[in-house]
Design a protein around this ligand. Structure first.
Ligand code: MSP
Length: 634
């Protein structure tokens, strides 16, 4: 049977322009779609915009235009942005499209006729930002935990969907399908919600208050609640109910979202599908949040990162690479321009860019620009590494560990760079007796580059194409995850087409300062093994920070008064990354039996544990729940 793959992004609200968070989800979906196409699957990729509801009506009113005119404008911004980021969506859905309106009404009628929608009275706290009601328990200090705003108290007669009826079914479905919601932390979060009795879902809004929505098919005085409307886009977009696409793609549907909209996707949507007599989606893939320099991105903080600005400044592929390499799928990440530039310079310009330019330059010089012959006694190192890396990349794609996929590809790049150093083609070139060996070494390197070019293609399609063209491949489109399984695919005698540098080095000047950033060395190699007895000689303890102050005349040092069951003073070199007030009250880990040392005249009795300086600075080791002060750490 033909393999099929269907991926969706959230449909984005049209109340704000696209930023790096929207770009990340859409680029991840694009990377997945490209990978599955290259692996021979029939693929469908859906994105679009969510245009009804209070939020949009309010934003339109503020701008003094009708909701439709407002939605047209912002939806257009999303639609225009995606081709600039080489997004290959197959369809762009808008919830104001006629076919979507009809689908929502058809599903509502189906669920209503089945007796799962009833009329009732409701009062509760409503957050317009989230477009949902909150229970008092969910609020923190009376405020929405996401928006930190006080929700409105609303009292209304409305229609309700009997979501509670499907609670037990949903729990067993999640238990029976461990990767229904992934990574696991989000599956656990949904199961935790489901430990409390599920309330029925209010799915209408009276037109007297909000008219910007899809009219209920069974009561024209009401419009549909925006989430009940929006989620249905995932089936409208592939032609529900009887298109060929719907039959092919719904059984393999995978949704991609960030953690902010886990509840509607993990709870409302599967129960809605069940009530409508449809199979649940296959996977809900949930990623974390992009923050900026450690703080939440927000218009009021003025730190919203525009994807187009970054792309224009540094190039599209560098931007796509950074997003996928930096974030561990499922966890939060912090965007930093400095970190971005470091990755581009080290990993793209140095490792990958130099590999391609050195090897092609040597083929120009030593082989008249033509691909040499592969001799039978070829070395095994590059083909073996390539075969292993291809397997690892495929596994990472199944597990959505994109950063690992890229790390594996860089293993092949780095092995190729070492292979150059070890074989010194420039020395081989000097001796006519070594010409076969020289040709062989260069052929191996060119093949490794072909494999790398295909492996990076879902992430950096532009650069992949450029590399394949440089290798003299006239039809780059024909290269895919099958053709790289055979070592020796390049045709000997074919001419290379050298091009300009793939990733020029970036000179980064932090705002205002003229100084260039200092390169941060990579982490040192792992040290030789030690016995458990040796490790046990180091006494690690939980310490609570009681007081913190800067050490006068020092840019780096902080003096900390700590409690480990006894009070002590330690001095730590973290002043560039932590302010004293961020530290007081924190529990950390210290080496409690390190010989005391004097720093700037202060005796330090212990040393805290923290990372070396990385692109994000120094990070102090902390706990994910409150430990006992003084406890031993092993
Ligand atoms: N309209 C709803 C979704 C309906 S889907 C049936 C919505 N729209 S949204 O415009 O607020 O988009 C939320 C999504 O945008 C997140 O789930 C995520 O995909 C992306 N991101 C927005 N900000 C983000 C970050 N700061 N970091 C990562 N992704 C984020 O919710």
């Amino acid at each position: 049977m033909e393999k099929a793959f269907y991926i969706t992004t959230p449909i984005y609200y049209v109340n704000a322009s696209p930023h790096i968070g929207h770009a990340y989800t859409t680029i991840v979906a694009d990377v997945l779609a490209r990978y599955h196409r290259l692996s021979g699957s029939r693929t469908f990729f859906l994105t679009g915009t969510d245009e009804h509801g209070d939020k949009i009506a309010e934003a339109a009113e503020k701008s003094g235009v009708t909701p439709k005119a407002y939605a047209d404008r912002i939806s257009g911004q999303f639609r225009d942005l995606w081709p600039k980021l080489t997004i290959t969506n197959d369809y762009f859905i808008r919830t104001t499209d006629t076919n979507h309106i009809e689908t929502v009404q058809a599903i509502l009628s189906k669920v209503y006729d089945a007796g799962d929608i009833y009329f009732g009275h409701y009062e509760g706290y409503y957050c317009v930002g989230c477009e949902r009601f909150y229970t008092e328990k969910e609020l923190i200090d009376g405020k929405c935990p996401d928006h930190q705003t006080e929700p409105e108290f609303r009292k209304e007669s409305n229609y309700f969907f009997k979501m509670s009826k499907y609670q037990d079914w949903l729990i067993s479905h999640i238990n029976a399908n461990p990767d229904f919601i992934r990574p696991e932390r989000y599956r656990n979060e949904v199961l935790a919600f489901l430990r409390e009795p599920l309330e029925d879902l209010c799915i209408s809004r009276p037109k007297s208050r909000l008219s910007w929505g899809i009219t209920l098919p069974f009561d024209e005085n009401y419009v549909t609640y925006v989430w009940f409307d929006a989620l249905i886009n995932y089936i409208t977009g592939i032609g529900y109910p009887d298109s060929d696409n719907f039959r092919t793609f719904w059984p393999v549907a995978q949704h991609l979202i960030a953690k902010d909209i886990l509840k509607p996707h993990g709870i409302y949507w599967p129960t809605m599908l069940k009530a409508a007599g449809l199979e649940p989606y296959k996977h809900l893939n949930v990623h974390g949040y992009w923050n900026v320099d450690q703080s939440k991105m927000s218009k009021s903080l003025g730190n919203v990162i525009s994807p187009l600005e970054l792309k224009d400044k540094y190039g599209l592929d560098a931007f796509r690479y950074y997003l996928l390499r930096e974030m561990v799928f499922g966890l939060d990440s912090s965007f930093s321009e400095e970190g971005f530039v470091q990755r581009v310079n080290a990993e793209l310009a140095n490792d990958l860019g130099n590999l391609v330019s050195r090897v092609t330059a040597m083929v120009m010089k030593y082989c008249k620009g033509k691909i040499p012959a592969l001799t039978p006694e070829a070395d095994a190192i590059l083909p073996d590494t390539a075969a292993r890396v291809i397997g690892d990349v495929e596994k990472s794609f199944q597990e959505l560990t994109f950063h690992k996929a890229l790390m594996s590809i860089w293993e092949l790049i780095n092995t190729a760079n070492r292979y150059i150093v070890e074989n010194e083609p420039w020395s081989l070139a000097k001796d006519p007796a070594n010409q076969d060996r020289l040709g062989n070494v260069l052929y191996q390197l060119l093949e490794a580059i072909r494999v790398v070019a295909v492996l990076i293609s879902p992430f950096m399609p532009g650069s992949s194409g450029k590399i394949l063209t440089q290798l003299g491949i006239t039809d780059p489109e024909r290269e895919d995850f099958k053709t790289i399984r055979t070592w020796g695919g390049l045709s000997s005698g074919q001419s290379l087409q050298r091009g300009e540098a793939l990733f020029p080095r970036i000179d980064y000047k932090p705002d205002g300062g003229a100084a260039e950033i200092k390169a941060i060395p990579p982490p040192p190699p792992i040290k030789p093994e030690v016995s458990y007895e040796d490790f046990e000689k180091i006494d690690l303890r939980v310490a609570r920070i009681l007081e913190a102050e800067v050490v006068p005349k020092s840019a780096k040092l902080l003096k900390l008064k700590i409690d480990i069951g006894e009070e002590r003073t330690i001095v730590a070199g973290i002043a560039k990354d932590y302010k004293p007030e961020q530290l007081v009250g924190k529990s950390i880990v210290i080496v409690a039996n390190l010989k005391p040392a004097k720093l700037m005249g202060i005796e330090s009795r212990g040393m805290l544990l923290a990372t070396d300086t990385t692109a994000e600075g120094i990070t102090v080791l902390a706990f994910d729940r409150e430990p006992r002060t003084g406890a031993k750490v092993r």
